[in-house]
Design a protein around this ligand. Structure first.
Ligand code: CMP
Length: 142
């Protein structure tokens, strides 16, 4: 069982398509509580830092171009077993593989423009939340 915090981003494709509200509604209906939320935009450099773990992958440059192409919404979420439950809710990375009812099945257009991010571990949820939110912005999380 994972911890009670995860981090998500509504990605540029989903934001541009006007799907942010629908996605947040589903997230809340599934029992996740919003602890911090921010509309922002990644620079190419910041996107490169966020996805540094994928630096050697062939899709890295395109991924950074895409993730800096428009606004995103960064959110810290709380729920029991947050990491596992959220990854089930968003579905597989490739929307063609994402099960019916998952957010990527409903809103993603390609493996790259896949609508939403979800942290893959408690440790990464902490790192990714810290990437977007200052201590002041997270002061009420504890
Ligand atoms: P996410 O899992 O949120 O974080 C890594 C991102 O890299 C992933 O979503 C996709 O947006 C992108 N990605 C992963 N695999 C591929 C791939 N094979 N081709 C293009 N983009 C990918």
């Amino acid at each position: 069982m994972s911890g009670n915090t995860t981090f998500t981003m509504i990605k540029p494709d989903a934001f541009a398509d006007g799907n942010s509200g629908a996605i947040i509604k589903i997230i809340e209906e599934r029992g996740f509580r919003i602890k911090a939320l921010k509309l922002t935009r990644l620079s190419q450099r910041k996107a490169g830092q966020f996805y540094a773990v994928h630096k050697e992958r062939p899709f890295y440059k395109d991924l950074c171009d895409y993730m800096s192409s428009g606004p995103i919404i960064a959110i810290i979420l709380e729920k029991e077993n947050a990491i596992d439950d959220f990854r089930k809710l968003i579905g597989a990375t490739d929307p063609k593989q994402a099960e019916e009812g998952t957010i990527r099945n409903m809103f993603a257009t390609s493996i790259e423009a896949n609508a939403i991010h979800g942290s893959d571990s408690d440790e990464n949820a902490q790192i990714e939340g810290d990437f977007f939110f200052s201590e002041l912005e997270k002061f009420y999380l504890d």
